[in-house]
Design a protein around this ligand. Sequence first.
Ligand code: 57M
Length: 358
Amino acid sequence: MIYHLLVPFAAQLSVLNVFRYITFRSIYAFSTALIIAIVFGPRVIAWLTKLKCGQYIHEDVKAHQCKAGTPTMGGILMAVSIIPAVLLWADLTNQYVWMTMLVFLGFGAIGFADDYIKVVKKQNKGLSARGKIIGQLFIATAAVGILMLDPDFTTKLAVPFFKNIQPDLGLFYLPFAVIVIVGASNGVNLTDGLDGLAIGPTVVAAGMFALFVYVAGHAQIARYLQVVPVSGVGEVTVFCAALVGAGLGFLWFNAYPAQVFMGDVGSLSLGGALGFVAVVCKQELILLIVGGVFVLETLSVILQVGYYKFSGGKRIFKMAPLHHHFELKGIPESKIIIRFWILSILLAFVALSTLKLR
Ligand code: 57M
């Protein structure tokens, strides 16, 4: 909104030209979302507590019993911080910005329905797993389908570290990109089992993708770094910056010991948005590195369930997802969380190095 209000007057007042810059507006989108989240956090937490959105706690992990009653659905706080920040600071004629917001809200709506049934209606199962996955597949397919209608959108796949290998997936790009988006959404959800464990790596990944979308949207820098250019995608930097701000604002309250959990409304929407951003800036495989913590957590579940079935009841980990394994080994929660954050930062820098190592 600010962009549309002020830039038309830039000819008369040259200082207003600063609002043309994506970098400048991204800094303010970050700050706006952070401030909204911190200012409204206590109110949203009080409201969630009043709604009796207290989290049900499984009995298997003893250390979690003290978390009973912690309100969940804190993802709502992130949504009400991100959306106004993007509406204020982004160029709202940009299709990629709208699509990213819609994917974020669409996945959030599925998570909201699940949380609402579980914690407000007190029906322990929530949405059926099948219902959730159909909703996710529908939104992701629609979003990627719309992208692919644009004749300029390439279905070639950039392979990290190998600039000359770019297989063209053609129509197979659709299921591939859908798996990326739905996989990211569920990966963040599986990771969301300790205070701050999901939001830390999400903030790191969104920060890294802010850079990748900016580079992909900047013709000269993209050419220089030999990154697939995507005209107009740079504006999504504003969304990523708002996500980083809202994520840090949420972490303010979700840091150990958490006053609020994000719920599926948070985990599904954040993961879905990260997946879509990776698709839209043509860095789908980089997400595997940037979001390596989510990949590890998901792999631990796949391995655990697979091995359990194959071996007739044996386990690889004490419990999956991986963070439960470390908890049951007796490592304190805050140590596990911070070590996972450190890993996510390391992986983000490995991903960044792919811009030069090719
Ligand atoms: C959701 N939800 C947390 C909170 C959060 C297939 C199987 C591996 C699935 C997996 C699963 O259900 N994962 C998805 C994980 C829950 O958090 C709520 O859920 C939202 C995210 N969707 O925002 O609202 C609990 O996590 C803890 N928590 C925190 N701090 C936070 O900031 O401490 C969450 C956020 C909260 C709180 O205790 O209640 C969850 O873990 O349930 N299932 C599992 O993870 C289960 N693993 C399992 O059964 N492993 C088996 C097999 C099937 C792989 C095995 O290894 O043998 C474990 N979940 C729990 N206890 N809680 C089982 C033990």
